[in-house]
Design a binder for this molecule. Sequence first.
Ligand SMILES: [Zn+2]
Ligand SMILES: [Zn+2]
Length: 395
Amino acid sequence: MPDAKTIRPTLRWRVQSALLQWIDSDHAPEGADAVRHQPDGVEWVRCIPFVILHAGCLGVIWVGASPVAVWTAVALYFLRMFIVTGVYHRYFSHKTYSTSRGVQFLLAFLGGTTVQRGALWWAYHHRHHHQHSDDPEDAHSPHVHGFWWSHIGWITSRRNFPTDYSTIKDLAKYPELVWLNRFDLVVPVLFALSIFGVGAGLETWAPGLGADRWQLLVWGFFISTTFLFHGTACINSMAHLMGRRRFNTSDDSRNSFILAFICLGEGWHNNHHRYMSSTRNGFYWWEIDITYYGLKALSWTGLIWGLKPVPKSVMEEATRADHLASIAAAQRAAQVHPEFAALKRAVPAAAAFAVATATAAQATLPKKAESPAIRKDVAELAHHPEKPVPPTADA
Ligand SMILES: [Zn+2]
Ligand SMILES: [Zn+2]
């Protein structure tokens, strides 16, 4: 491999290098470390497949629509969102459950159909996000880089293309996962061809459905995958801007019902930043977490096991935080409507009752979340994946 200092990054050289990276995402003649330390900047040639993904949606102008094509797009959106959240996030990034090596490979392969690059690249960036959330080091913080960079810009930046295998040793020790990560175009191409093939089959054997190969490709691959990307990206951008903060974490993560619907439970992002090792992100029954329900059902088959619960101490912290938040809300309401006599009588009574209950429970909020401890957890996961599970409440 040539020395980084001997390489002169001419335009032609950079274009050639970017084209090779379409095939081999680990191709970095100047060294992955050197690339990661470059300033942020869009690498347009490398991003052409990503641009094509978006441009392909315009194909709808020519192919039109049919119920089967639209429902295929919707089904593939939610099925693959489950793979993004239940596999890339809750398994590869956080190891919130266990599985066999064979199923692990199958999960990584299915992960490729999401067209969000390889499982190891995804996990590396996500763990980095937890270690540096909303710090200048965070690749996609809306508070540091602005909304659009956190949503889509960061993924086009040259410095974010390589995978830092040294920080995900628990995953990088499996050569089959490294191969899928390195040649991350293989599965998406196979997936697109499969959809095209199904469309051809419908065209031949069920012409009454009104779908054909090109229509199914546009809806099932291009449109569905583009929506899937932006739905997922909302967690990087919106989940640190929109919603309510239950836990006083060191970042600005938030809980949002809307995002939880779009991303099958990932919208409970403040919960997740408080305790990332749990399989569930919705801590209460009313915090709908479809991904968790799916993983729970999958555990009944024996394919996965060891789903990690939210520790009792974290649940107690959540109860205290919600209780104090209700008191603060009552106090705010009393200040907002001082002119309503009835409200003035009712709200102080509610507030006094809440304060008395809180005092009785010796309630205190944690001063600043244990961010050093949380970040230490991420680092330890990378180097010592077999870390013991903390005391449990329920699964
Ligand atoms: Zn976050
Ligand atoms: Zn996470």
